[in-house]
Write a protein that binds this ligand. Structure first.
Ligand code: HEM
Length: 950
């Protein structure tokens, strides 16, 4: 041991000096690193200095602009039109910076240089190039999810796979999907009808619909391939996007090793499990169909929709150009190749083609297929879900425009509810303009990032972008340029009148990007959106309490609308309810009122997948149980909360509740309630108690509380024994033993073994019981569990006593007595003392009787007392003690009385039972007779000891 002999102030000073040495070394090290970095990246730094951008700090640059909450709200005013748009904090900071710089803006985030482009001429330089196709490092975070799929890959791999995949989204392939688009759109409308007049978040429904359509079309499998709806997958994708967004904005989360140590790492793993399990199922199911010779989608199309297929096929040669399918007028890419360029073989849908390619050669491996399926599932669903949700929101906030869309639908379809055909989609001119305008004002992919390997000269001015920087094409800013769109912040479908689009720069509208790395799914997206949205508009009028200026945008990977205020309000209520209901102040009645109101408020709130509703019901159930002792009502609330939380990964930690998951917490409380209910009725109605314990057991298993699960099994076993079915009880106890052994629950194992032995006794297998007890004794001794050592000894002793082998019983009982005494377990100690006394007594009894028989006639009893006195306190055998006053005689009587009280161990001597002795009477009688000088004879006779024998 070392002793610090320095006085405290000296020790403190030495700590200070260590810290100051550290800083003295750190600061020059940082300066040196900075100088080295500037020299090694001289060209990058010099070219960057010529670019405009907001002022930053030394070393960290503008990194502070990227801190803050992605969901925090600030109001900003756009420079020219004074129209308020509410964006999230980071998003709005960057967005407003871009207004201060005309076409180009640079920011430094530590050593990383980002350059934002907003001029379509510059955007063209980057996007039309076959050289600048590398994605920026930020896309690396997608890798655990999307692998090296089309979105992320580069170089030869990207080129080869793009060539393979692009034709699978050719218009002629897409026309074959129309029936499925119609069928799924109808299914969505049916779901919406069921909601009646309720307000709901359309994004959830759009997400589910787009996932299911992708599965049935591009993947060619039935949506029934997965057990659950597309909703679960869509929610997992949304949460994954939140995590990726957090990693983009919280710089310390970027290194993988730190990320994995955080809660985000854990959550990501679980989400990827949900996502990848769907992909695996999809590929497996398609592979099986392929091996059976089935090509095309295996999804079923209802008959009334199928009937249009023939008519559609005759229109297959229609060639469509222009904005109808998302491309700017005049631009062509690899998706726009003519029909004749596509051989019959290439006109397979996406996953069919992938599987064929993997079987016919080395073009693509099965791992690569999985990566591409993940990529298409993500890119194809979240983007269209966002686009369609924005469309519906805008319809609601512009009723006059909505009416024009509905009017167009009436003109095309009249009163018929027939499914839409491809020709119909070409007729939907106004809806199409509304859709394009939606994608302009709220582009689902708001920015595109590329890594530059070479210097690039810009077209808009005398600027050079240095190799090594990240270029960001700020689509959302390009789309809101006043020189391209009059009143750019205004939703105006006429921006896409043919005469206006014809005069606009090709790269002034790029929701799907453009050039060689443009979106492969743009035609697919447009066709699907037209069918889905037209079906909805033919069935509903959309209303919303929000106007466009209330929209809050989330600076996410995919642009989305922020959560509304109701969710936040419920969160606040929950916190208040918890504070008053469970807090330190005794205001539970206020807590109860708040929780009851929160239940009402959250009952109709379904857009968070019922999370808040579930949490509130859970809290109220807990309140009723803990504060009101109202088990049955608490049970109902908790049961409902548990049901709603089943299969959900909700962490209630965000709401400061601090449990692992609502589901598990509900199960724990339900377990408690059912066990308590069971115990209350176990005596009067053991059958019902068994049922309650069985449900409690299931809850304990769900909550992963195994010792509690074992308790529930033990109680089932005990009740089963009470019903006289000891054989079933044995089975239950062996189940409990199995759990205890597996999980090394030694103490529980000991307890269970005691019940196990008891059940053996009940079925008449006492020898088995004693084997179990001996094993238990060993186990308890090895694990130093004195209570179970005592219990085992006691029961083994009792067993031998019952067997009529007191000489074997006594050592065990004496050991048990000693242990209970040490443990100060009074009740067990007293019981064991009696047993030990009986056992020892039984051992000695024949000897006592023999001695009495040997004693002479007149003093038989006196001698018995003397023997006993000698046994207890080693008094001289020949000393004539005073029987009436000392306790030696009393101890014999007690001994006899002990046997009498223990009843079950009673033995008879001669013709009389010891049970007939009244110790007090006996003592007084002996005393009296002795004093009268007529000792013992009659008394002996009275108590059945015959005079002749004596
Ligand atoms: C409204 C709907 C959609 C929008 C706004 C959209 C937008 C975009 C954008 C802007 C890019 C370029 C991203 C970048 O370079 O960082 C892109 C790429 C991509 N999109 Fe889409 N997309 C949509 C729908 C779809 C659909 C439905 C699919 C598939 C079925 C799809 C598949 C892809 C793929 C695979 C890429 C990567 C292409 C490559 O790098 O070669 N997208 N999308």
């Amino acid at each position: 041991m070392t002793v610090n002999t320095l006085p405290p102030e000296i020790s403190h000073n030495s700590q200070l000096s260590t810290i100051s040495v550290f800083y003295t070394l750190l600061i020059p090290a940082l300066i040196l690193w900075y100088v080295y970095w500037r020299i090694s990246r001289k060209q990058l730094v010099e070219l960057a200095e010529k670019l405009p951008g907001p002022k930053g700090w030394p070393i960290i640059g503008n990194a502070l602009d990227l801190t803050g909450t992605p969901h925090g709200i600030v109001n900003i005013t756009c420079h020219s039109f004074y129209k308020k748009i509410v964006f999230s904090e980071i998003f709005s900071r960057l967005y407003s910076h871009t207004h201060n710089f005309d076409n180009v803006m640079k920011i430094w985030v530590g050593p990383k240089l980002f350059i934002f482009l907003t001029d379509p001429r510059d955007v063209e330089v980057i996007l039309s190039s076959h050289v600048h196709i590398d994605k920026s490092n930020e896309y690396r975070l997608f890798e655990p999810w999307l692998g090296n799929g089309l979105l992320i890959s580069t170089g030869q791999k990207w080129r080869a796979h793009r060539k393979l995949i692009a034709p699978t989204f050719h218009l002629n392939v897409l026309k074959g999907f129309i029936d499925l688009f119609n069928a799924n759109s109808r299914a969505t409308v049916d779901k919406l009808h069921k909601l009646g007049d309720k307000t709901f978040d359309c994004h959830d429904y759009m997400s589910e619909a787009t996932v299911e359509m992708l599965l049935e079309t591009a993947m060619g499998v039935s949506k029934k391939t997965q057990d659950k709806s597309g909703f679960e997958y869509a929610m997992a994708v949304m949460k994954m996007c939140d995590i990726l967004h957090a990693r983009h904005t919280k710089l310390w989360l970027k290194p993988d090793w730190i990320f994995k140590l955080t809660k985000y790492g854990d959550i990501q793993e679980k989400l990827l499990d949900v996502i990848h399990s769907l992909t695996r199922k999809v590929v497996k199911s398609k592979m099986e169909a392929w091996n059976k010779g089935i090509r095309g989608s295996t999804a079923e199309v209802p008959d009334d929709i199928k009937s249009n297929q023939k008519k559609e096929e005759t229109q297959a040669k229609t060639v469509v150009e222009g904005v109808s399918f998302g491309q700017s007028t005049g631009l062509k890419d690899d998706l726009d190749v003519e029909d004749n360029d596509i051989g019959e073989k290439k006109r397979l849908a996406f996953l069919d083609l992938m599987i064929e390619a993997s079987q016919n050669g080395v073009v693509i491996t099965s791992e690569e297929i999985k990566e591409q399926v993940d990529t298409i599932m993500f890119e194809g669903h979240d983007t269209t879900a966002a686009g369609s949700s924005f469309f519906l929101s805008l319809m609601a906030s512009h009723p006059e425009i909505q009416e024009r869309v509905i009017q167009e639908m009436d003109e095309i379809f009249g009163d018929s509810d027939r499914p839409a055909t491809f020709a119909d989609t070409l007729e939907m001119k106004y809806l199409e303009r509304c859709l394009l305008e939606t994608l302009r004002i709220f582009p689902p992919v708001p920015i595109i990032a590329r890594q530059l390997r070479h210097n690039v000269k810009l077209a808009s001015g005398d600027y050079m972008l240095p190799a090594g920087c990240t270029v960001i094409v700020a689509t959302i800013r390009v789309h809101r340029r006043p020189d391209l769109y009059a009143n750019p912040e205004q939703f105006n479908p006429d921006n896409f009148l043919p005469e206006r689009t014809a005069n606009r720069h090709y790269y002034g509208f790029i929701p799907f990007s453009a050039g060689p790395r443009s979106c492969v799914g743009r035609k697919y997206a447009m066709l699907k959106l037209k069918i889905l949205l037209s079906t909805i508009m033919r069935n509903f009028r959309i209303r919303s309490d929000l106007t466009e200026k209330d929209f809050k945008l989330q600076s996410d990977i995919i642009l989305k609308r922020e959560e509304d205020n109701i969710g936040q309000e419920i969160d606040e209520f929950i916190k208040l309810g918890m504070f008053y209901g469970f807090g330190p102040i005794d205001w539970w009645w206020l807590g109860q009122q708040i929780l009851m109101q929160t239940i009402k408020l959250s009952d109709d709130y379904t857009k968070d997948d019922n999370k808040r509703k579930t949490v509130t019901k859970y809290l109220y159930g807990k309140f009723l149980l803990e504060n009101m002792n109202n088990e049955s009502e608490a049970h109902d609330y908790l049961h409902e909360a548990r049901h709603l939380a089943t299969g959900k990964l909700w962490r209630v930690r965000e709401l400061d509740i601090g449990q692992e998951s609502v589901f598990k917490e509900c199960c724990k409380l339900l377990y408690k309630i059912l066990m308590a209910m069971g115990k209350k009725i176990a005596k009067s109605d053991p059958m019902q108690a068994i049922r309650l314990y069985a449900i409690a057991e299931k809850h304990a298993a769900d909550a992963c509380i195994i010792p509690e699960q074992v308790d529930a099994i033990l109680l089932q076993g005990l009740c089963t024994m009470d019903t006289g079915n000891a054989n079933s009880a044995l089975l239950m106890f062996s189940k409990a033993i199995f759990f205890c052994n597996n999980l090394k629950l030694t103490e529980k194992l000991c307890e269970t073994n005691i019940y196990f032995a008891l059940a053996y006794v009940k079925v008449g297998k006492s020898d088995e019981a004693v084997k179990v007890l001996k094993k238990l004794l060993l186990e308890a001794e090895q694990n130093n569990l004195p209570f179970y050592v005592a219990q085992a000894n006691k029961f083994i002793g009792e067993y031998y006593l019952n067997e009529g082998k007191p000489h074997m019983a006594t050592p065990f009982l004496m050991k048990a007595l000693e242990k209970f005494h040490e443990l100060e377990d009074i009740s067990n100690r007293e019981q064991t003392k009696n047993l030990a006394a009986i056992s020892a007594g039984q051992e000695l009894l024949p000897k006592y009787v023999a001695v009495i028989l040997k004693c002479n006639y007149g003093s038989g009893f006196e001698n018995v007392f003397k023997i006993n006195k000698w046994k207890d306190c080693r008094e001289m055998f020949w000393d004539d003690g005073n029987l009436s006053s000392n306790d030696s005689g009393q101890s014999l009587i007690d001994f006899l009385a002990g046997r009498i009280t223990m009843g079950k161990y009673k033995r008879t001597v001669g013709s009389r039972s010891y049970a007939d002795f009244d110790p007090e009477v006996l003592r007084l009688a002996i005393e009296k007779r002795r004093k009268n000088g007529r000792p013992y004879r009659k008394l002996s006779k009275k108590y059945g000891i015959s005079a002749s024998t004596i």
